[in-house]
Design a protein around this ligand. Structure first.
Ligand SMILES: Cc1ncc(COP(=O)(O)O)c(C=O)c1O
Length: 325
């Protein structure tokens, strides 16, 4: 249903256990080694340049849920989220007491914070360079913070997603811009809780201060595991190839069974419809022993779709495709 099932790379496990003797408090900003690893990784994979701030997070979900609150948003502020999206964006706005506006392109009204997510959960839609630039221009125009959730950046298929940290998107100016990334899917570390936030140094500094006091600190052994994971692309490539193969099999099976696949050009999911209520599709698939999430879970505009995750073993993906046939 979306949780990684493949093994953690042995070198990452070894780094975790080698750091197990950790009697002292860890650094909220990350160890010297982790800070260096995060900077090198973002420079290499996200084209980040210059003076960007970066801190580790306890997975990215806590950051998504608390960012509006930590930015000081509240009643009367608007948080823009995608029409169909990861539910925690809305939960985070609600925790802060802010209003939510769903929009897939810059709205005609100002806001305090906007979430974009490319490749998107649940639909694998990629926000292209022109769209990213339009969001940045709009956010700058109204003084909004733009948070780009890039959890699935390591999974390009027909389209290659771009980070908001890339100067092609931001013209070398990170003011008001934040990238949220995660090792849950990139490195199968969902169980470790390992993510990061990077971007506007002034905002990241402010978040660091709050996070120190709130106790949002990544444990030292996990920091050591992050150093190993961020410094290596070979295990990421192995995982990418697993998902690539599963995606071809599942897509083929769904299309042969009469499904239409929309978007899904990158990321971890297939967004599929039979042009009927997604709950009906979910029930039909459940009878075949295939578990999916009804699209309505991600927003009203998703109600005739279902989300199919590629996070099942090769055997189960093959069995699911066969049952569809
Ligand atoms: C779009 C998106 N953002 C953030 C997360 C949170 O992931 P994690 O907390 O494991 O980093 C998820 C998890 O599925 C997600 O789909």
């Amino acid at each position: 249903m979306g949780t990684p099932v493949d093994p953690v790379d042995p070198a990452i496990m070894a780094a975790l256990s080698a750091a197990a003797d950790a009697p002292g408090y860890p650094l909220t900003m990350g160890s010297v080694a982790l800070r260096g690893a995060m900077r090198a990784y973002l420079t290499r994979t996200s084209a980040a340049v210059g003076d960007f701030g970066v801190i580790p997070t306890v997975g990215s979900k806590e950051l998504v849920a608390w960012l509006p609150t930590f930015l000081g948003l509240g009643a009367g502020d608007t948080v823009v989220i995608p029409e169909v999206c990861y539910p925690t964006y809305e939960v985070g706005a609600m925790l802060a007491g802010a209003d939510v506006l769903r929009a897939d392109s810059p709205p005609g009204v100002p806001a305090a914070l906007v979430w974009i997510n490319s490749p998107g959960n649940p639909h694998g839609r990629v926000t292209d360079l022109d769209e990213m630039r339009a969001w940045v221009a709009w956010a700058r125009g109204c003084g909004a913070v733009l948070a780009s959730d890039e959890c699935y950046l390591s999974l390009p298929w027909e389209q290659t997603p771009i980070s908001v940290l890339d100067p092609a998107v931001n013209d070398g100016d990170l003011t008001g811009l934040l990238a949220v990334q995660s090792l849950s899917k990139r490195s199968n570390l969902a169980g470790y809780r390992a993510g990061l936030i990077a971007g506007d140094p002034a905002i990241v500094r402010e978040l660091l201060t709050i996070r120190k006091h709130a106790g949002l600190i990544v444990p030292d052994p996990v920091q050591a595991a992050m150093v190993a994971a961020l410094g290596d692309e070979a295990h990421v490539e192995v995982q990418r190839e697993r998902y690539r193969a599963r995606r071809v099999i599942m897509r083929d099976g769904l299309e042969k069974a009469g499904f239409r696949i929309e978007h899904s050009t990158a990321g971890l999911y297939l967004w599929a419809t039979r042009d009927e209520p997604g709950w009906d599709t979910t029930a039909w698939l459940a009878d075949l022993g295939i578990l999916v999430v009804p699209g309505a879970f991600y927003g009203p505009a998703g109600e005739s779709f279902v989300r199919i995750a590629l996070t099942a073993s090769d055997e189960r993906i093959a069995a699911a495709a066969e049952r569809l046939g």
